[in-house]
Design a protein around this ligand. Structure first.
Ligand code: DGY
Length: 329
């Protein structure tokens, strides 16, 4: 769907630089204000930047909390975030001001599941140490006991949060010979894929040699992976996080990686991004990426197009397909 060209085009502020095909489509259908230098909008600049905009297309790096929402120009009617996660937006505050909020589910499922597998392999097979050795030109040659990692095949992977991305990780993991366990309120049928459903944490955590986290960040999931849950994992377990940094209690994770209770961690997301706890960079048993879950050309274009689809639907007087209800925020 594209917006009606006989009406004045709605005014759209892109808060960050987006892939060129997305900016081109936005410019075709909207009166667009681009962010050419790609600098984040400062906490106090929102009123000036949103002045005369009908819509914002923002990113997870924009913190649109209640204070920022209160500063937005009264012309703003919709915020479309270029992400599936929407914890950076106070949806209740936006809704209370009559501003609709949408996100971009589905289109980043495969890319994020691929990154979870990359973290799983990277953490298990000591990829960061191996890469560092090569870059330092410190490799002295093949040796039978050098840099031994952990085998994936035949091990168990526990998935917490068995939604779209969790299920896509399950499919990939099974192809690597892992047995998939998942913790969920409900059993899910993954056609032709064998999984082990756990209703109870008592049986789940001790069964998992690898853990991959796929929960949304909400007040209830903040610090979900804490010392008590980590203690229930078998010694040497490997933790993967592609969801949000805040769902992990960093103190507990760093402690378990330091004592050796956990064998390794693969992390793509961090509390307080772009900052992160320096211990993660000092530990040898971590494999770290800078929030690359959805970072493929194809996926970032698909996310932009999905955000624009939502805007088009809104300005055509429809209900955007990915409208976030205030109560789900
Ligand atoms: C999202 O969409 O929430 C991702 O974290 C962006 O990569």
């Amino acid at each position: 769907m594209s917006v009606d060209h006989y009406l004045p085009k709605p005014r759209l502020l892109l808060t960050r630089k987006l892939p060129p095909p997305v900016e081109q489509r936005a410019a075709q259908d909207y009166q667009v204000t681009l962010n050419h230098d790609d600098q984040p909008i400062g906490a106090t600049d929102w009123l000036a930047r949103s002045h005369a905009a009908d819509a914002l297309l923002c990113t997870p790096a924009d913190k649109l909390d209640a204070a920022v929402i209160a500063q937005l120009a009264t012309s703003v009617r919709i915020i479309a975030t270029f992400s599936v996660g929407h914890e950076h937006i106070d949806v209740a505050a936006a809704t209370a001001r009559g501003i609709a909020v949408t996100n971009t589910p589905d289109v980043l499922t495969d890319a994020t599941a691929d990154i979870a597998m990359l973290l799983l392999l990277g953490a298990a097979r000591r990829a960061a140490e191996g890469d560092a050795l090569m870059r330092q030109r410190a490799w002295t040659g093949w040796a039978p006991t050098q840099m031994l990692g952990t085998h994936l095949c035949g091990k168990t992977l526990g998935i917490v949060g068995f939604g779209r991305i969790g299920q896509a990780v399950a499919r990939r993991a099974i192809a690597f010979g892992l047995q998939v366990h998942y913790l969920s309120r409900n059993w899910r049928d993954l056609a032709s894929v064998e999984t082990h459903y756990h209703e109870s944490e008592t049986t789940f955590w001790p069964a998992c040699q690898f853990i991959s986290l796929h929960l949304p960040l909400t007040p209830a999931t903040r610090h979900y992976l804490n010392a008590a849950r980590i203690a229930r994992l078998p010694r040497g377990a490997i933790v993967i996080n592609t969801a949000r940094g805040d769902i992990v209690d960093d103190d507990a994770l760093i402690d378990a990686l330091t004592t050796g209770h956990l064998g390794a961690a693969g992390l793509d997301v961090y509390t307080g991004e772009p900052n992160f706890r320096p211990e993660y960079a000092r530990l040898k048993n971590t494999f770290l990426l800078p929030h690359l879950g959805s970072a493929t050309h194809e996926t970032r274009c698909a996310m932009g197009f999905r955000a624009l689809d939502n805007l088009d639907q809104f300005f055509a007087d429809g209900i955007p397909q990915d409208l976030i209800p205030a109560h789900k925020a």
